[in-house]
Design a protein around this ligand. Structure first.
Ligand SMILES: [Cu+2]
Length: 463
């Protein structure tokens, strides 16, 4: 085939994408797609970069993949033109709510930086072999650029400002275009003035579904992006200079009690994709009532015989981890980071501990100078969460939420997996109600209870 001299390799790839859209692909290409996930290291020579392979026809939701669910967030819409999926991200300041107001707590919100009027950015979803074109408009007061974290793209599309491209100046729109020849859980984030921009929220998730899945998709596919913030109580702007003392730990930019629960019907397979773009903290994410299998790292899927069972999976900074479980144990199950300070909201971390202290007459003496003073925390902190103390504006210190059996004393990176025998419709596109599922009622004999006097006497000899 003769080509005009100006015809570039990129044009060829684009042309091939169009051709691919017109005809079914030979099966060996599908096989290559699968193999590309875990290719053997070459013994010599350089392999063809995966992004050079011609694109396949755009994958479509409910035909080629079951869409993921980004609780408290959304999925970025796209349109298809000439065999390419076209997305548009707009970087801008967003007045973001971390914890909505309830009768138990005031709201906590702050001016962050996000995409398309939300924090974090909407989840980008595509299918292995898709060609994607992503326009990025910068409405921030400083230059930015976007990096596609974990995706194998041409160097000039990698999005490191100053290295791979000129920064996107305020008011400009840049175009990124590449073919996704991987499947798995990836991320996107600003890669310019990284400390400020990522810590103010310019991060999001990027999901690529397999073109030819090796197994049926899970019934529910949840996506969480983990992050951490420093919002001094009483202020409305996260502090991007903070290095260690983060006081708001978030799942999809919400802190409990602002996090929505995951739902599942008994027996369903649940996938949970976790990305961590916190500034400095790794998060050991822990599930109750089940074990889950680690099925993916940020580098791709693990072979079946390497999918180990865990109850806590560490998600390091700059990484993704995907786990799967069978929801075979009905109930309300905690899912949370196991760092104790990551399941609480704003608190003075520099406070001296007063646990075990006996204030005696000291409180009365101090009240002469500070009316209403009361030493708190000498018996632990749980009671403080329930007291509705007057707190600084725009803060949720020590806030948890009322549960069915008293007060839940956790905040931050905490949500629940609610498993029920019947949840109604199971498909969000078909009208599933993702609102509150109510509390689980344990069958008689399956809940911890206050020991009776007879039991204490019979079993422990205590009377
Ligand atoms: Cu954590």
């Amino acid at each position: 085939m003769s080509l005009p001299s100006s015809f570039t390799r990129r044009d060829f790839v684009n042309g091939a994408a169009l051709l691919a859209g017109a005809a079914a692909l030979p099966s060996f290409l599908h096989a290559q797609a699968r193999d590309s996930q875990n290719p053997p290291l070459p013994s010599s020579g350089a392999p063809l970069p995966v992004w050079e392979k011609p694109a396949l026809p755009p994958g479509e939701p409910y035909r080629d993949y079951r869409p993921t669910i980004t609780l408290n967030g959304s999925t970025l819409p796209f349109k298809i033109a000439e065999g390419v999926k076209i997305f548009h991200l707009v970087c801008e300041e967003v007045d973001h709510i971390f914890v909505p107001q309830t009768e138990w707590n005031q709201e906590c919100r702050a001016y962050c930086w996000g995409f398309n009027k939300q924090v974090h950015g909407p989840t980008i979803e595509c299918v292995e072999g898709d060609r994607v074109r992503i326009y990025v408009t910068n409405n921030l007061p400083e230059p930015t650029s976007i990096h596609w974290h974990g995706l194998i793209v041409p160097s000039g599309m990698d999005g490191v400002g100053g290295l791979n491209q000129p920064p996107i100046e305020p008011g400009q729109t840049f175009k990124y275009e590449f073919t996704v020849w991987q499947h798995g859980t990836f991320m996107y984030h600003s890669h310019h003035d990284e400390m400020t921009q990522m810590q103010l929220g310019l991060i999001g998730m990027f999901i690529a579904h397999p073109r030819t899945p090796s197994s049926s998709p899970p019934d529910r596919d949840y996506v969480f992006l983990l992050s951490e913030w420093k919002i001094v109580p009483g202020t409305r702007r996260p502090d991007p200079n903070e290095m260690t003392e983060f006081n708001l730990l978030t799942l999809n930019a919400r802190a409990f009690p602002g996090t929505a629960p995951m739902l599942a019907k008994t027996g369903e397979r649940v996938r949970i994709r976790l990305g961590n773009l916190s500034a400095t903290d790794h998060h050991p994410m822990h599930i109750h009532g089940h074990t889950f299998k680690l099925t993916e790292t940020g580098g791709g899927s693990l072979p079946m015989n390497a999918q180990t069972d865990f109850v806590t999976i560490l998600v390091p900074v700059g990484s993704t981890r995907t786990v799967e479980l069978v929801a075979n144990n009905p109930g309300d199950w905690a899912f949370h980071c196991h760092m104790f300070h990551h399941i609480m909201n704003q608190m003075g971390h520099a406070l001296p501990t007063v646990i075990g202290m006996k204030p005696g007459p000291m409180d009365q003496r101090i009240r002469k100078f500070l009316p209403g003073y009361m030493t708190m925390g000498q018996n632990g902190m749980a009671h403080m969460a329930e007291m509705h103390m007057k707190v600084p504006p725009n803060s949720v210190p020590m806030v948890g939420a009322p549960g069915p059996n008293g007060y839940i004393t956790m905040g931050g990176m905490f949500t629940t997996l609610k498993i029920r025998n019947d949840l109604g419709k199971s498909d969000p596109a078909k009208g599933e109600d993702f609102s509150y599922a109510g509390w689980y009622a344990p069958p008689i004999g399956t809940q911890a209870t206050l020991a009776s006097a007879e039991e204490l006497k019979k079993d422990l000899g205590i009377s």
